[in-house]
Design a protein around this ligand. Structure first.
Ligand code: GLN
Length: 277
């Protein structure tokens, strides 16, 4: 009974910014299609679905969970509430990894892959890298595997396990990366920006937010090649740079440095192992 044009003008009147995307999603089209077919009429089922999605968005549910999709590193990825929504800041982790001076063909490990965003970005950029990505959640791995298939990343394998637990520990990786949970439990930020809809186990890590980073950093040397320059890169909170650099040094890393995201905030720390003289 309602046309696309009527719904778009209603959305403008009510300042419902994401309405065009949700409308396009319900119709299985892209946004451009809406403007080409303003007289198209939604059927009752579509209209009901559109109104329900708008209401969920109004309640604060992230757009990516409503459309089931989010772009990362120019790759369209499927997401669900089983995985953290990939953030643009995390592209820094990918960028820094690609800029390291590493051989053409290496073994790479990504811990806590979620939607697979980081691993798939690296796999498509470096087809000669052999990448292993882990996650403790079977539901997350199902999403990640689907995304890897969608982007044809045959050089990427997934293993279910908590951090390094499912790995043999034979020290074969030359690059380890992770965007682990790093928000302090009880941080008021967890109540904002759609975070209440995201998996808490992908966001919070103990009373100081460093619980998982401690495990990832302290156990990394056992998984890095003993006789070649290997690197660990981790994402962390804007106020955790110093604490994370200290953890790297305590674990025996050298060349330890923290890099800022586009917003100028400390975001990724990296270090080399075995330590260079
Ligand atoms: N950057 C995310 C946020 O604060 C947290 C992601 C994470 O814990 N890895 O919204």
């Amino acid at each position: 009974m309602s046309t696309v044009a009527e719904l778009l003008s209603e959305a403008r009147r009510l300042s419902l910014e994401d309405a065009p995307l949700l409308l396009a999603h319900v119709l299985g089209k892209d946004r451009g299609w809406l403007f080409a077919w303003p007289e198209h009429r939604l059927d009752d089922v579509q209209l009901k679905q559109y109104r329900q999605l708008l209401e969920r968005r109004r309640q604060g549910e992230p757009l990516a969970y409503l459309t089931g999709e989010r772009e990362f590193w120019s790759l369209a990825l499927e997401v669900s509430p089983a995985v953290l929504i990939p953030r643009p800041e995390t592209e820094l982790l990918v960028e820094l990894a690609l800029n390291l001076d590493l051989p053409e063909s290496i073994q790479v490990l990504e811990l806590g892959t979620g939607s697979g965003a980081i691993a798939i970005a690296l796999a498509t950029e470096r087809p000669d890298w052999q990448i292993t990505a882990t996650d403790t959640s079977a539901a997350a791995l199902a999403i990640a595997r689907g995304n890897a298939a969608r982007h044809q990343a045959p050089n990427l394998d997934f293993i279910q396990g908590h951090w390094y637990q499912a790995l043999s520990g034979d020290g074969k990786y030359q690059l380890i990366l992770s965007n682990p949970p790093y928000v302090m439990a009880g941080d008021p930020h967890l109540l904002e920006d759609g975070l209440p809809w995201e998996p808490p186990e992908a966001l919070t890590a103990g009373s100081d937010g460093l619980a998982d980073l401690r495990i990832i950093i302290s156990e990394a040397p056992a998984h890095l090649l003993p006789d070649a320059d290997g690197w660990l890169l981790v994402e962390h909170g804007y106020d955790q740079g110093k604490a994370v650099r200290d953890l790297f040094r305590k674990a025996g890393f050298s060349q330890v440095i923290t890099r800022q995201d586009l917003g100028g905030k400390d975001r990724v720390t990296l270090g080399c192992y075995p330590p260079r003289p």
